[in-house]
Design a protein around this ligand. Structure first.
Ligand SMILES: Cc1cc2nc3c(=O)[nH]c(=O)nc-3n(C[C@H](O)[C@H](O)[C@H](O)COP(=O)(O)O)c2cc1C
Length: 164
């Protein structure tokens, strides 16, 4: 089966998963800005990977824009996040990010991500601070200000099975 992995990654964790998936499946992994439209059209299976920003997959708009090309293919989405992969809010955020006719055709596999506050660019650090200010729950608020590393290759098991 012809497949391709398309990802967006600012700080490397989503790319790391894309490279592991490339090794496991033989599908080519490409930054979403470099993918040519014929590469999308020719693929039967498309794996899309991106970080979660403000509870939403960062490539949600891109997926919507490309939906005419994507809609008849096998589509899997993985996200990386500061939240652990099994956090229920991730699935809720996924549902809320797409129209039902799109979310029902995408199989979603949340993965643990990484966030090192000192490495964030200025804009991202400001956004995190703003998000923290708006968060009412003091425990979550404190958690948001901490570094996290939940990156784990083993998290891809179910996704790899799905692609077989
Ligand atoms: C501005 C900003 C907003 C974020 N929002 C969330 C969020 O709502 N939920 C979450 O779990 N993680 C959030 N994160 C953490 C990222 O999803 C996480 O660091 C991700 O693994 C980064 O992927 P990358 O290394 O491929 O860039 C946020 C990070 C930044 C910088």
């Amino acid at each position: 089966m012809k497949g391709i992995i398309i990802y967006k990654s600012n700080y490397g964790s989503t790319r790391e998963y894309a490279q592991w998936l490339q090794e496991e499946t033989g599908f080519k992994a490409l930054d979403f800005r470099k993918v040519k439209s014929n590469e999308l059209t020719n693929a039967e299976t498309i794996v899309i990977g991106c970080p979660i920003f403000a509870n939403r997959p960062l490539l949600a708009k891109w997926i919507e824009k490309k939906w005419d090309i994507l809609k008849n293919k096998k589509i899997a989405l993985y996200t990386t996040s500061g939240a652990k992969a099994n956090t229920p809010e991730l699935k809720k955020g996924f549902q809320e990010s797409f129209k039902p006719e799109i979310s029902s055709k995408i199989k979603y596999f949340p993965q643990g991500g990484r966030m090192v506050i000192s490495k964030l660019n200025f804009l991202h650090r400001m956004l995190m601070k703003l998000g923290q200010k708006m968060e009412k729950d003091p425990i979550i608020r404190e958690e948001m200000g901490k570094d996290k590393d939940h990156v784990d290759r083993k998290g891809l098991k179910a996704l790899i099975e799905y692609l077989k």
